[in-house]
Design a protein around this ligand. Structure first.
Ligand SMILES: NC(=O)c1ccc[n+]([C@@H]2O[C@H](COP(=O)([O-])OP(=O)(O)OC[C@H]3O[C@@H](n4cnc5c(N)ncnc54)[C@H](OP(=O)(O)O)[C@@H]3O)[C@@H](O)[C@H]2O)c1
Length: 292
């Protein structure tokens, strides 16, 4: 990969750029400003979700840009409260409407379980996936996939699905590289995307980070993003400023050595968001029932 526009080929042949722009909280001021900046900065692959409330702003920003829809790669996701066969059909229609488009490049199931104690999750995932398969077969979405699915969740789906998922979007950054899940996806030809690829900066003070940012003369954010790219994982960084948006694309002029890649992959857990599909969310060591 030599630029953010270079692509991987998904298991169905669709081309997907190697770096995206994340839109969670990218329209906190209820305007298209940040997303417009991201388009101007060169991003064409955008990650959104019904839960983020940014679909509408993304659609508007794309139309305002005057750049043809076909030049963009848009991913959205069905939220926990929208799962189920009929519910997902309604959610998908709302998403297309919010974005003002008649197709998506990618549609994902956002989480495998609506709540950690949801007993019937296996059937719910299968029903939800069936709706995604129908959108795919009808040509309304170019690729379908998962988010926050761990190997045991994916196994259930693979047992029952007609079309295998093309991607899985996981929390992924040095300090929380989910090796078992990433390895499983690689073995099953499922491309991994990294959410919170910068860990929202939570690992920046780690001694290994201090050493390697000095050694490679790069910012901690670039170290994280290059780490994902070198592992063949698509990072989805979000930023609010033009400077950071540019910085987060400048990932192709340095290379992390093999040895340092192993050190980053095996560093002690750091910067974890506290989210796990099978558990209540952990806030700095305290488990709470509220999850988002
Ligand atoms: N599938 C899921 O369950 C899931 C969950 C969470 C996120 N996501 C997706 O992943 C995307 C990214 O995750 P995220 O937003 O949680 O975290 P992130 O991209 O790891 O971090 C974003 C934070 O890092 C800061 N930042 C960005 N570039 C920087 C740089 N070069 N130097 C220093 N700080 C920098 C941003 O600040 P500024 O904004 O001030 O620049 C922002 O506060 C989301 O937007 C969303 O699309 C998916």
């Amino acid at each position: 990969m030599k630029s953010i526009h270079d692509c991987y080929t998904l298991n169905n042949g669709v081309q997907i750029p190697c770096v995206a722009f994340g839109t969670y909280k990218a329209a906190a001021d209820e305007s298209t400003k940040v997303i417009r900046l991201a388009i101007e900065a060169g991003y064409r692959y955008f990650d959104t979700a019904s839960f983020y409330g940014t679909e509408k702003y993304l659609g508007e920003a794309i139309r305002e840009s005057g750049i043809p829809r076909s030049e963009f790669f848009i991913t959205s996701k069905v939220w926990k409260t929208e799962m189920g066969y009929e519910e997902t059909k309604e959610a998908f229609a709302r998403t297309l409407d919010n974005l003002g488009t008649d197709y998506l490049d990618q549609y994902l199931i956002h989480w495998p379980l609506p709540t950690p104690d949801y007993a019937e999750w296996k059937q719910l995932d299968v029903d939800t996936w069936k709706a995604l398969e129908e959108f795919y077969k009808a040509g309304k979405v170019r690729s379908i996939g998962l988010s926050n699915f761990l190997p045991h969740h994916i196994e259930n789906l693979l047992e029952h699905c007609e079309i295998a998922p093309m991607v899985d979007q996981l929390e992924y950054h040095p300090g929380y590289a989910q090796e078992a899940a990433v390895q499983y996806c690689k073995e099953h030809d499922i491309l991994v995307q990294a959410w919170s690829p910068i860990g929202r900066g939570r690992m920046f003070g780690d001694p290994l980070f201090l050493e390697l940012t000095e050694k490679y003369q790069v910012s901690p954010a670039k170290l994280c993003l290059r780490f994902a790219v070198q592992n063949g994982v698509i990072p989805l960084p979000k930023s609010s400023t033009a400077e950071r948006m540019k910085e987060n694309q400048d990932l192709f002029s340095f290379e992390i050595s093999k040895e340092d890649m192993y050190r980053l992959r095996t560093m002690p857990q750091s910067g974890w968001s506290g989210e796990h599909p099978d558990r209540a969310r952990v806030y700095e060591g305290i488990e709470k029932e509220i999850r988002n």
